[in-house]
Design a protein around this ligand. Structure first.
Ligand code: XLS
Ligand code: NI
Ligand code: NI
Length: 435
């Protein structure tokens, strides 16, 4: 055990009246909501990269955190980091974690060196997982930090880079399988372009499709039963990324016939960068049968980049939780905190403040969304709004039993349609009664 969090007690549920800033006031893991324990609604995960690896740097200056294990990128420090990581997961009470290969061990100079380093670290990780009961929500390969990926991984103009990326993904997929991971994530990293002047979009999309098909084939070959997830993001680091948003990824998956093989990992700040609300992306993914897992964070309304802050708006999260509950939950996915504390939040305790507040917010939003659904007014309003499609001409149109000419004739004979209020303000007020 590390002593990094010495003096900080394990986080416990203390009820809504607690004044302890490091206790849960709403997140009560065993509490049943809609017949399911809160813990299972969320399957909370800690993101290794933000919590253990990010040093607090920005484009104007180096890291501010000075964590002891960040002194040098060595295997010994990676082992120290692993100790701190599992201490953090258990102190917080997070049942899952997520990692990139480069987060947990130096990958060295060659593919083979990286494979053997990761293999050894995975054995160590398996020991920690067995000892603590903490599980792996997903693993992923970092195909974007190393300079070799500056022009993309699968979409690189150089097939040798595609092959190198395949080597990394094959290994991390196998390690994820070995560790009993519930999912495997592919975030587009640099799969996009900086300028069209040097880019063939069609060629790059074909390469990306080939890569995804290879990953799915390998998943089946090794018997990995977790879900392969793509994480949409519109831009940053590239000017345009091919996995722009849910709609773009849905089209990409259909283009290569993988819409039943791959689902989506949706991130809040990526939705907002794409000009959507998070609940839009959730609802759109659910409507396509593609909702897989979520990356919890938020952007800054005044900044146009992925600031990855911990969420703090009850109203926003209630709207998101409504969509998740309507979709029947996130299944084998989870709520991964792809969020980092700010650069001035340099203490060990700050890592806990960030996660504890966000877990509590999610729990409170779950209760609010549950109360809205139980109240039923909102759903009744929506059901009534679409009631015309349940019978009469609406049902006939949807059953494809009428031609365009027949529909036109019916419309000509019917009284003209009368506009009805969408009652947006009334519905917003209704939500605000709960959140
Ligand atoms: C970056 C992404 C990244 C993925 C995993 O914006 O959110 O953190 O979640 O590669
Ligand atoms: Ni993410
Ligand atoms: Ni992100």
């Amino acid at each position: 055990m590390s002593d990094f969090f010495a003096g900080i007690e394990p986080i416990r549920y203390a009820g809504p009246d607690s004044r302890n800033p490091l206790a849960f006031r709403w997140y009560d893991p065993a509490r049943l909501v809609r017949g399911k324990p809160m813990a299972e609604h969320f399957r909370f995960a800690v993101a290794y990269w933000h919590t253990l690896c990010w040093p607090g740097s920005d484009m104007f200056g180096p890291g501010t955190f000075g964590r002891p294990w960040q002194a040098a990128d060595t295997v010994a420090n990676a082992e120290r980091k692993l100790d701190v990581a599992f201490d953090f997961f258990t102190r917080l009470g997070a049942p899952f974690f997520c990692f990139h290969d480069v987060d947990v061990v130096p990958l060295g100079e060659t593919l083979r060196e990286g494979w053997s380093n990761l293999d050894r670290m995975a054995d160590r990780m398996a020991g920690k997982m067995a000892a603590t009961g903490v599980k792996l929500l997903w693993g992923t390969a970092n195909l974007f930090s190393h300079p070799r990926y500056m022009a993309g991984a699968a979409t690189n103009p150089d097939p040798a880079v595609f092959a190198y990326a395949a080597g990394q993904v094959k290994q991390v997929l196998e390690v994820t399988h070995r560790l009993g991971g519930a999912n495997y994530v592919l975030w587009g990293g640099r799969e996009g372009y900086d300028t069209l002047l040097n880019t063939r979009i069609g060629q790059e999309l074909d390469q990306l499709g080939r890569f995804l098909s290879l990953v799915v084939e390998h998943k089946h070959k090794i018997g990995f039963t977790g879900t392969i997830l793509i994480e949409p993001k519109p831009c940053e680091p590239t000017k345009h990324q091919y996995d722009f948003d849910v709609a773009a990824v849905a089209a990409l998956l259909r283009r290569c016939g993988l819409e039943r093989e791959i689902k989506l990992n949706l991130e809040v700040n990526h939705a907002t960068l794409a000009g959507h609300t998070f609940e839009h992306e959730l609802a759109y993914a659910a409507s396509q049968g593609l909702l897989g897992s979520i990356d919890v964070n938020r952007g800054d309304p005044q900044n146009g980049w992925d600031t990855d802050q911990f969420p703090n708006s009850l109203n926003d999260w209630t709207l998101a939780m409504l969509e998740i509950l309507r979709a029947g939950g996130i299944g084998a996915g989870g709520f991964n905190f792809d969020a980092k504390v700010r650069r001035q939040s340099i203490d060990a305790a700050d890592l806990l403040h960030g996660h504890v507040g966000a877990m509590d917010l999610c729990a409170r939003a779950l209760l609010a969304a549950d109360a809205i659904l139980t109240d039923g007014t909102l759903d009744r309003f929506v059901a009534d709004r679409y009631a015309g499609w349940q019978g009469g001409i609406g049902a006939e149109i949807m059953a494809s039993s009428l031609t365009l000419a027949e529909i036109a004739a019916r419309a000509a004979d019917a009284p003209p349609p009368q506009p009805r209020s969408g009652r947006q303000e009334m519905l917003e007020n209704l939500v605000n009664r709960f959140a």
